[in-house]
Write a protein that binds this ligand. Sequence first.
Ligand code: FES
Ligand SMILES: [Fe+2]
Length: 436
Amino acid sequence: MLSREDNELLTRTGRDTACGRLLRAYWQPAALVSELPAERPVKAVRLLGEDLVLFRGGGGYGLIGRFCSHRGVDLSFGRLEGDGLRCLYHGWLYDRRGHCLEQPAEPEHSRFHTKIQHVGYPCQERNGIVFAYLGGGDPPPLPGYDCFRAPDEYSFAFKGLWECNWLQGVEGGIDPSHVSYLHRFLQDDPREAYGQQFRGEVEGTGRTLSALVGENARPDIEVEPTEHGLRVFAVRALDGAQRHVRVTNLLFPNAFVVPFGPTQVFTQWHVPVDDENHYWYMILYDFAEPTDKEQLLAQRLGSCTLPDYRSTRNRDNDWGFDAAEQAALTYTGMGLDINVHDQWAVESMGRIQDRTVERLGVSDRAVTANRRLLLRAIADHQAGKTTVGMAGSEADARALTGPQAVDMIASAGDWKQRWREHDLARRQRSPWASPR
Ligand code: FES
Ligand SMILES: [Fe+2]
C-alpha cells in the first residue's frame, strides 16, 4: 500500500516531476529501428509525455522537439536534408541535436538562429532499438549488460503498447508468484514451441514450465539488492529434495531481465508514452544460437496492429475474453499468448493503479523492495547522488554486467551454488557471452 502522495510520486513522469527526472537519467528506448524505414526514416514519437520527432540522417539519429520553434508547425512532416530536418513552413533547418542552422527568411547576416533553443536529445542504436537520453548534462555510457553485448544475429527486438502507467508493467515483470495462476494452461499447452516461454520443457524434468509452476503456487521468494537493481529468486519444491529455481532481475529503474528457455533471456523495458500509456520494448537474446528473426517477427506481428503496436486484444474488446476457453483451455480465457495475460492483468487495474487500497503480502516482496528502491533513488537523484544501475564512467558501465537470469532444477541443499554454475556454463559455451 502506498500513500496517495507516494503513488503520485512514483507514477508521474513528465519533465517537471521527480520520477520523470530519475527516468531521464537513464537511456530509454525511443523506437524500434524498423520504425524508421530507409524510404523515410522520420517518425513522431511521444516519450515521457514529450512530443518529439525521431529521424535518421548523416549516419546518426536525432530526437528533437516535434513542434517547430518558429511558429509551432509539426516537424514530423519535415524534409530530411543531409543530417538535418527542415520545417515545411518557412524552411528552418535543425540538426540532430536540435540546433537551428538556417532561417531562410531572416536577413542574410542575422544571428537569430543561434538564439533558438530547440529540444534535442542524443540517441544510439543497439540490437534493433534506438535508445535516447533525455536527461541533463552528458549522457552516461550504456551499461555492459548482455542485451547490449549480444551480437545482432543472436538477438531480436520488439515492442508493444500497454494502456496503463509504466510502473504497473514493471511490477508485473518482477512478480514471481503470478505465473502459477495467470499463465496456466488447463490441458497440455497447445502452442508451437519456439520462442514460447512457458511451453518449453524444463531441462531434466520431462515437464513444461507451465505445468511445474502451476502445481506449486507458493514459491519461496527471496530478493537481494545488486549493482543493477534487484535479483529475485523464486524457489518451488518439486518431488523429494528437488527444487525449481527461477532467477529474475529488476534492471533499475524500468526494466526486468527474465529467462525465456534454456539458452534464451529477455530484457524488457517499460517506458512511459505518458502517465496513462506505455510501451514495453524487449531485446530477446540467445546464448547459444542465432535467433530466427523472421519467425519471431511473424509471431509478434500476428497479435498487434501497426503503426501503434497495439495488441489486437485490448480493453475495447475485453481482451478477447472467452468463457468457454476459460472453462476448458486457458486460465484467463484470453488466448495462448502469455504476453496478453500480463497485459490484461496490468491494464485491468485502471490507467493508474490506486495503490492506496491494495494489500500486499509476503509474496509481494519484490514489488515492495522495488518501491523502496525507487523512492530512495528519487530522493538521492534530487540530492545529486548517483543511483543504482547508473554508470558514472566507462569503468562503471563495464561493471554493470549480466544480469544472470536462470530457470533450472537443482537440489534443495545446493541450489544457491548450482544456479551460478549453470549460468557460468552457459556463458562458457556461448560464442559471444563473457563469463561474469
Ligand atoms: S513554423 Fe517552422 S519554419 Fe516557420
Ligand atoms: Fe507474466
